[in-house]
Write a protein that binds this ligand. Structure first.
Ligand SMILES: Nc1ncnc2c1ncn2[C@@H]1O[C@H](COP(=O)(O)OP(=O)(O)O)[C@@H](O)[C@H]1O
Ligand SMILES: [Mg+2]
Length: 273
């Protein structure tokens, strides 16, 4: 939130949000979002990864947490408590229940009167593991969802960098459609490995994409078969029969999809003439 907006709220007797809980599946960009928030606010980012911290032993986690919280109280920053649910995960360990209770109480108290100059961001893949009392204490709770079509396109586009313009028109749109159950991290990783292969092996970029995407498609829906068949036809030298094998359909089904598109294209061209 902008400083001017904060002051407006304070003048009216309302507190600007200071604590934020980001929840969502792994790889949806929660850590990235916390970094972006820090960047936007012009504040340094302090990260405490509780998954790593907790793996040593709980007593130490408690003191690491204490130190991070104290730092953020003293110095304006964005404090990211990453993999926040790691705290809750240890609940079943009887010897550590007491220590855990203490940590939870510390957090409850901190969330209650967090200072205005710092932002506390907690990120979790497992919000259901959190103590409900903690969950309720956050000023803002944001659920980070899987990327939609437009976001998938922009992740691909960005990952391709300067090579994006060398791709056929509509190609990334088709690829993005094929990746509709992937999270941002998977899409980004896939595109980066594709670009690397293109650069290192000199293989055609569209070909590299098709290879990478075909691997990921266990069952294709009708529209996807159409998109992918056309893509393969336009960007590779596979025969209709080979394309049919790749998409797991009959040659005639693939041929049908290809001619359907061709007919449309021809008629469009005619109407332009
Ligand atoms: N929505 C997104 N847009 C762009 N890149 C993304 C997105 N989501 C994830 N990524 C990529 O995946 C990487 C890992 O995401 P991360 O923030 O660690 O996810 P999470 O913390 O939710 O597990 C990021 O560094 C970024 O490169
Ligand atoms: Mg993360």
């Amino acid at each position: 939130m902008e400083r001017a907006e904060c002051e407006k709220l304070l003048k009216e007797g309302f507190a600007p949000p200071r604590t934020l809980l980001l929840k969502g599946m792994p790889g949806t960009g929660k850590t990235m979002l916390a970094k972006w928030i820090a960047h936007k606010l012009g504040l340094p980012l302090v990260v405490l990864d509780l998954a790593t911290a907790i793996s040593s032993f709980l007593g130490k986690t408690g003191s690491n947490l204490r130190r991070s919280l104290d730092y953020a109280r003293a110095t304006p920053c964005v404090l990211l408590l990453d993999e926040f649910d790691a705290i809750a995960k240890r609940r079943d360990d009887a010897t550590e229940v007491g220590e855990l209770k203490r940590i939870v109480n510390v957090l409850l108290k901190e969330l209650e009167d967090w200072p205005l100059h710092s932002v506390l961001v907690a990120a979790t893949n497992h919000p259901e593991l959190l103590d409900p009392a903690i969950h309720r204490r956050f000023d803002v709770v944001v659920e980070v969802l899987l990327p939609g079509q437009a976001e998938r396109e922009s992740i691909l586009d960005r990952a391709c960098g300067r090579f994006a313009v060398t791709l056929p028109h509509g190609f990334l749109v088709a690829i993005a459609r094929c990746l509709d159950e992937c999270n941002g991290s998977e899409i980004d990783t896939l595109a980066q490995s594709v670009v690397r292969r293109h650069v290192i092996e000199g293989e055609d970029l569209t070909r590299c994409f098709v290879d990478a995407v075909v691997f990921r498609l266990p069952r294709l829906r009708k529209e996807e078969v159409a998109v992918l068949s056309r893509m393969l036809k336009e960007t590779t030298d596979l025969t209709v029969r080979e394309i049919a094998q790749v998409v797991g359909k009959s040659s005639s089904a693939v041929q049908y999809q290809l001619t359907k598109k061709n007919t449309k294209r021809i008629s469009r061209r005619k109407s332009h003439a």
